[in-house]
Every structure is written in structure tokens, then in C-alpha cells.
Design a protein around this ligand. Structure first.
Ligand SMILES: [Zn+2]
Length: 402
């Protein structure tokens, strides 16, 4: 039996460290990292007072984090003061980086994010991945990952892991794409097909989009639904700051919630699913437009120009979204619904009917619906940041890999 592959933590904090001395040390290393990252330049004494440990204990932890390249010392702080000056600490701008990748229906994208959360390198290829075999797509993605990692390495960074966002259902092993209907992929093991020498995680793009909202936008509550679209419609449920994954990892398939049980047949085997009314192709069809390149941009442009047929199609899509979301909102009572991905760009024309439908159908005050500031960038950033979070939440993994 072979050991399972080493994983990053796609859902933020991993399994809590056991209550041993070693587990406590790992948790304290994480507390130091998070404190310095949240507050910026801090002395060891300041870190000690923030987390309630002795200065000596914090110094030992900091020494380790500096040795591993996770923290850097910026030199003496307050040089004019009497006594031994404390050295200000900061999260390193070199060292480990999170590599995020996205496999879209029309594009591949890869980026490297450093521990401070800055994107340091990025590459995008516009390709038609639809119905292409997984092999060539993943070969191209591997080349793109190598390009981004090469660029990051020239800046003193090294890849701590790769997280890949895909538009489909991912098994709980976080490596196998069980079904990606819009790519026409079934049971594809990315662990075997992506030739990269780093820990690998694969996740649903809507989930990574939701994590990006949670981690990168201070306004995001800890209980929310994130709804996003490319060709399909996906959703992610975040409860108390954590993703709800479901027994098989398939939670959030809002696109296949029935809006009209006797509606048109859907590829999933059901009828009248949300995707049949609010998916890109349905909206294009209702608008009298041909599916082609830049479909969302085309819809947004036409709607902005006042095209009545496009506006009416988007109003109907908003109504369908409102009906499908009613079930989720009534069941889960989230603090808000966030529209991301392509839906963010179309929000001005979707929101009025969506909000009206939700208000009419939900018990109690209507759940607020907001628009993601990250838009289509969410899944890629969420993927890269999931690797960064893995390092911040358990910095000792870096020592095990270096
Ligand atoms: Zn369906």
C-alpha cells in the first residue's frame, strides 16, 4: 500500500492538531503566522502580548518560522529607544507560494500567490476545452504551471502546492473529477495526469470561488451561499466559515434544482432544472443570440444598450434563480447570497427579478443578495489562497518539505 499523497488544505484550517505537546507547538506556530499576517510589522514582544505566550516562547517559534523562510526580520524597530531594540517581523515575500489553476470551458489559468496574499505571477490561455480529451488539456495546464512556477522562482518563491479549480463534481479524494458535463469529462484522476512535483488538490470552482469571497473580502459573512456560473450554474454553501461539502463532496449543485418539474429535459436526467432557465446557453437562446466567444460580455453589452429581448431573458433568468434559491434560503437561513463568476457581470439585469422572487417566497425578512467584487477571478484566487492558507494554518508542513 502506498502512502496517500500529501495534501494542502482546501477548506482552510485542516484537521485540528492533536492535544499533544507537538500539536500545541504546531498550533502556536500557526497563531504567530496569522497574527503577523493580520497586523503587519510586529515585534516579538508585541506578538507575545497578542497571543498570550511568554516572549521567550514566542522567540523560539519565531526563530523557527524565520529559519523556514516564512517570516522575515525587517531590522531594528524604534532605534532611538533605550535598551535592546526589538526587530520588526513581517510575513516573508519570498519562500512558499500557493499555485492556483483553473480549467474553464474556454480557458486555462494559473497564478502564484505569496504568503502576503499578493499575486506574483499569472498566465492565461484561451482555448476551447469543451469536449477535448483530458490528456491534452492537462498537458497544456502542466506547461502553464511550469511557466508560472519558473517566473515565481526567479523572485525567490517556491511552490508549496497546486490547487486546481474545475467546473464539475470532484470526489472527496480531492483528486478525481467524477463528472464535468461541460467538459464532457468522467472519472478523470488529475493526480495521475498532472505531471507536477508538488502537493495537489482538485476542487469544484464554485467552492474555490466561495472561499475566495470568505478570505479576501472583509464584508463577507461567515454564513452565506455563493452562486456562480460559467456554462453551468454552481453554488457553494459556507456555514460558520467552513464549506459544506456533503457526503460525497457534491454539495451545492444548485444548477440541477428543479424550477419547473415538467420543464425541458436536462443532461443530468431530470427536467426543468435551473440551468435550463438561467444557464448561459438558455439565456443566449432566449435572447436570440448564437453561443460563441465572450458570451457573457455579449449579453452584458446588449443589455447595457437596452436590447429588450436580452433584458427580458435576463429578467426571466433572475426569476428562475430566485425560485431555485428560495429552497436553499428557506432551508439554510444564510446571512446573504453572493453572486459570483459570470453572474456578477450580469447582476444589474438579474437582481431585480431575483430579489423580488426571493422576497415573495422566503419566510421572514428577505435574504440580502450581493455581488462579488472578485467576479470571474474568484475560483483561481480561491485555489491559490487555499494553498497559502494551508501553510499559514500549519507552518510546520514547510519544514517537512524543505
Ligand atoms: Zn439537471
Amino acid at each position: 500500500m502506498t502512502a496517500p499523497p500529501h495534501r494542502a488544505h482546501p477548506a482552510g484550517p485542516g484537521r485540528p492538531s492533536p492535544d499533544t505537546q507537538q500539536g500545541m507547538r504546531r498550533r502556536n506556530l500557526a497563531r504567530v503566522m496569522h497574527t503577523v499576517r493580520a497586523e503587519g510589522r510586529l515585534s516579538r514582544a508585541a506578538v507575545a502580548s497578542r497571543i498570550g505566550l511568554t516572549r521567550a516562547a514566542v522567540s523560539t517559534l519565531v526563530d523557527e518560522l524565520v529559519r523556514w523562510g516564512l517570516l522575515e526580520e525587517l531590522g531594528p524597530e524604534r532605534p532611538g529607544r533605550v535598551g535592546r531594540p526589538g526587530s520588526a517581523l513581517a510575513v516573508s515575500s519570498r519562500g512558499p507560494a500557493g499555485i492556483g489553476a483553473e480549467i474553464g470551458v474556454d480557458h486555462l489559468a494559473v497564478c502564484a500567490v505569496d504568503l502576503r496574499g499578493r499575486v506574483r505571477s499569472r498566465a492565461v490561455r484561451h482555448v476551447r476545452d469543451r469536449a477535448r480529451a483530458a490528456g491534452p488539456v492537462l498537458e497544456q495546464l502542466t506547461a502553464l504551471v511550469r511557466q508560472v512556477v519558473g517566473e515565481a522562482e526567479t523572485e525567490g518563491l517556491w511552490p508549496a502546492g497546486l490547487a486546481v479549480a474545475v467546473p464539475g463534481l470532484v470526489a472527496r479524494d480531492a483528486l478525481t473529477v467524477v463528472r464535468a458535463p461541460n467538459l464532457d469529462w468522467h472519472d478523470i484522476d488529475l493526480g495521475g495526469l498532472l505531471a507536477v512535483d508538488m502537493p495537489l488538490t482538485v476542487g469544484n470552482e464554485a467552492n474555490f470561488g466561495a472561499l475566495a469571497e470568505l478570505w479576501l473580502d472583509d464584508r463577507t459573512p461567515r454564513d452565506f451561499l455563493h452562486v456562480s456560473a460559467e456554462i453551468g450554474i454552481g453554488a457553494a454553501v459556507v456555514v460558520d466559515g467552513r464549506l459544506l461539502r456533503g457526503t460525497r463532496g457534491f454539495a451545492g449543485e444548485l444548477g440541477h434544482v428543479p424550477v419547473r418539474p415538467d420543464g425541458p429535459a436536462c443532461a443530468c436526467g431530470g427536467r426543468g432544472c435551473l440551468e435550463q432557465y438561467a444557464g448561459e446557453e438558455a439565456v443566449l437562446r432566449a435572447s436570440g443570440l448564437e453561443p460563441g466567444e465572450n458570451r457573457v460580455g455579449l449579453l452584458a453589452d446588449r443589455a447595457a444598450q437596452g436590447d429588450a429581448r436580452v433584458r427580458s431573458a435576463l429578467t426571466d433568468a433572475g426569476t428562475a434563480l430566485g425560485i431555485a434559491l428560495t429552497g436553499a434560503v428557506n432551508l439554510l437561513d444564510p446571512e446573504s447570497v453572493v453572486l459570483g463568476g459570470a453572474l456578477a457581470e450580469l447582476a444589474p439585469w438579474l437582481l431585480p427579478s431575483l430579489r423580488a422572487e426571493l422576497a415573495r417566497r422566503t419566510a421572514g425578512p428577505a435574504c440580502p443578495v450581493t455581488v462579488s467584487a472578485l467576479g470571474p477571478q474568484g475560483p483561481l484566487l480561491g485555489a491559490a489562497h487555499s494553498v497559502v492558507r494551508g501553510v499559514l494554518d500549519d507552518p510546520a508542513v514547510v519544514a517537512e518539505r524543505t
